[in-house]
Design a protein around this ligand. Structure first.
Ligand SMILES: Nc1nc2c(ncn2[C@@H]2O[C@H](COP(=O)(O)OP(=O)(O)OP(=O)(O)O)[C@@H](O)[C@H]2O)c(=O)[nH]1
Ligand SMILES: [Mg+2]
Length: 235
């Protein structure tokens, strides 16, 4: 299975990649981690690290670009060198850590192509969302909507995962009920978004995790199993 970890800046993508890969290894799976962020050195031992051949600081210098222009340029350059990210062995799980600028993969053709070319039949996107964004109804809905947009753009099932539950925890069912009971435009939009998410990931369940102590990782693992493993094989 291939797991692409997407999310807004500082939502915990790299910490999740590190700790969820260890969690899976402790279950006995063979797990590879790949760093696609050419602006950050990985905090885990990466089987492939984009920074070994592409560094944002070099792109800024060579192409005379600012940091955002250089990141955009980087997806073009990564797309041309995908061969270098190929793993030499087979793994049960390959986890891809991505840069904070999620728009690189949603609004640039090269970015979309990177994910499409790296993905295979059993692929999933973990869309990490900082739980503090669930405090306000409109940002909660807009995050769920963004997970639908990611699915529509990349055509890979998306699991919305709220990180940092230790900093703000909430009951998803209660929050959704609270919004639905308002019976206004937002509640109708939310109901439709949930329908679309169910269409795209087969069943709707919001997962909440604390990456620091791995709370919620078992729930996520079970959901991955339910989505992909009617056959009993996660890989
Ligand atoms: N309290 C808490 N802190 C977390 C959690 N997950 C990540 N962090 C912290 O949040 C900060 C950002 O985490 P990263 O893993 O670097 O986030 P990222 O999404 O990779 O960041 P960028 O690559 O810069 O976009 C770090 O200080 C982490 O220790 C969590 O579940 N709970
Ligand atoms: Mg990171």
């Amino acid at each position: 299975m291939k797991i692409f970890v997407l999310g807004i800046a500082a939502s915990g993508k790299s910490t999740f990649t590190k700790n969820f890969s260890d969690f899976l290894r402790e279950k006995g799976y063979r797990v590879a981690t790949i760093n696609l962020d050419c602006a950050s050195d990985p905090i885990y031992i990466a089987n492939k690290n984009i920074r070994d051949f592409l560094r944002v600081e070099d792109i800024m210098k060579n192409y005379n670009l600012g940091v955002n222009g250089a990141l955009l340029k980087s997806v073009e350059l990564i797309e041309k060198s995908l061969e270098k990210l190929k793993l030499e062995e087979d793994y049960d799980f390959t986890i891809y850590d991505t840069p904070g600028q999620i728009e690189l993969f949603l609004y640039s053709n090269e970015g979309k192509d990177i994910i499409k070319k790296l993905s295979s039949k059993n692929s999933v996107i973990i869309f990490l969302i900082d739980s503090s964004l669930a405090k306000e109804i409109h940002s909660f809905i807009s995050c769920l909507l963004q997970s639908v947009i990611i699915y529509l753009t990349l055509e890979i099932p998306v699991i919305p995962v709220f990180s940092k539950k230790d900093l703000y925890d909430f009951n998803v069912k209660e929050k959704i009920e609270e919004i639905k009971n308002k019976s206004d435009a937002l509640s109708e939009i939310l109901e439709r978004i949930i329908d679309i998410i169910e269409l795209s990931i087969l069943r709707f369940r919001v997962i909440r995790v604390n990456n620091l102590d791995r709370d919620g990782y078992e729930d996520l693992f079970k959901l991955l199993y339910e989505i992909f493993c009617a056959c009993g094989d996660l890989s």
